[in-house]
Design a protein around this ligand. Structure first.
Ligand code: GLU
Length: 379
């Protein structure tokens, strides 16, 4: 048995399990009652083994497509939203039916990306989930598709699941999908493609393996799974991607069987506050910095000073999260700005002495203080 994997499983006191649309519905969108029944039994077993379990489920839109007899997924937002509203209730009902015999309450939580941008709401989500653990209820999360418009969408539930993992500091995220894990090549096209059992770092060579797969009823694909895995592993958590169509897959994952692909944490455990700044809140603006500032921030662990800033973009206020990019446009960090975009634009490229001379005061020597700054790994 793989000792690294066993260690991950043993320490997974809290687990986020994401199930994709293709695992839950057939291609015409009918919910697979038996599969859901089997999953609920496995979720229950994970819980009685002493884990806090959160389910992130897709399938609302897919189920709506099936219930409404549409045959295929619509392409415009109002129809997608209507499908989600029809499908979500059917979906949650099946989970409820599956869990009721075990005496487990299901708790539906529908979230939009803006719930994660706002720190107070973000913390409220966490408190609610922790309270549900206290009640031994099973939180079942999906995106609130009926109100999410393009600008406030998570994009896909893989991303949402990674954000929930980071929010809870859950040591393990399990992504159940319709493939066995990450292959060295597209197994449908390259028969000798190999399943990767463990990935230590999701670098460019790994993302290249993902191709550009997309599913018919859901929104994800291998790329979105890797992006999600990167978000969680960068914050210090592990991810297992496995085939949700395999019998007893969750039981097998939790017994430490080497199924699917395990993505190990990359870098150190990131504190809660920095997870929100670096990996959760969407930046409201961008600053482009010169090579000296890049070095100071990335290599020397220093704050970002106005003198190193060349360009200020976007409309942000003091305290908002902004993206820090180098001269090539590569994002290198995110942080909370001490100045609004208007002020930042006025003082960019200036030393503290120059700011003092032109403004008569220097409210903060740093544009982004080190304590409020997170360096982002590149891949
Ligand atoms: N929220 C969507 C649904 O429940 C799924 C998004 C996704 O496929 O990632 O249908």
């Amino acid at each position: 048995m793989d000792s690294g994997r066993m260690e991950v499983i043993t320490h997974a006191h809290t687990v986020v399990i994401k199930v994709g649309t293709n695992v839950l519905t057939d291609p015409s969108g009918h919910l697979d009652r038996q599969r859901i029944q089997s999953l609920t039994g496995q979720l229950h077993r994970a819980r009685i083994a002493g884990r806090n379990v959160v389910l992130v489920t897709s399938g609302a839109i897919g189920a709506g497509v099936g219930k409404l007899g549409l045959g295929r997924r619509p392409s415009d937002l109002p129809h997608l939203q209507a499908c989600a509203a029809v499908g979500q209730s059917a979906l949650i009902q099946l989970y409820q039916e599956g869990l009721a015999p075990y005496g487990v309450h299901t708790a539906q939580i529908l979230l939009t990306a803006s719930d994660f941008d706002n720190r107070a709401r973000y913390l409220n989500v966490r408190n609610t989930i922790l309270t549900l653990f206290e009640y031994q209820a099973l939180p079942i999360i999906n995106e609130n598709d009926t109100v999410s418009v393009a600008e406030i969408k998570f994009g896909d539930n893989d991303h949402l699941a990674a954000m929930v993992t980071n929010l809870l500091r859950a040591p393990l995220l399990v992504l159940l999908t319709d493939v066995d894990g990450l292959y060295s090549d597209d197994p449908r096209k390259v028969p000798e493609a190999k399943l990767l059992s463990t990935v230590h770092n999701i670098d460019e060579s790994i993302t290249r393996m993902a191709g550009s797969s997309r599913s018919l009823l859901g929104t994800g694909g291998m790329r979105s799974k890797l992006r999600a895995a990167r978000l969680a592993t960068a914050a210090g958590e592990s991810v297992i991607m496995a085939n949700g169509a395999l019998d007893g897959i969750l039981d097998r994952v939790f017994s430490g069987e080497p199924v699917g692909t395990l993505f190990l944490p990359h870098g150190q455990d990131v504190p809660s506050w920095k997870r929100w700044v670096g990996y959760t809140a969407r930046p409201l603006g961008k600053v482009v910095v010169d090579a000296g500032a890049r070095r100071a921030v990335v290599e020397q662990g220093r704050s970002l000073l106005p003198v190193g800033v060349q360009v200020v973009e976007g409309d942000f206020r003091k305290g908002d999260v902004v993206s820090v990019c180098d001269e090539t446009g590569q994002e290198i960090a995110r942080g909370m700005s001490n100045y609004s975009s208007t002020e930042a634009d006025r003082i960019r490229g200036q030393s503290s002495e120059q700011i003092l001379a032109s403004l008569g005061t220097v409210a903060y020597p740093e544009l982004i203080h080190r304590d409020n700054l997170v360096v982002i790994g590149t891949a």
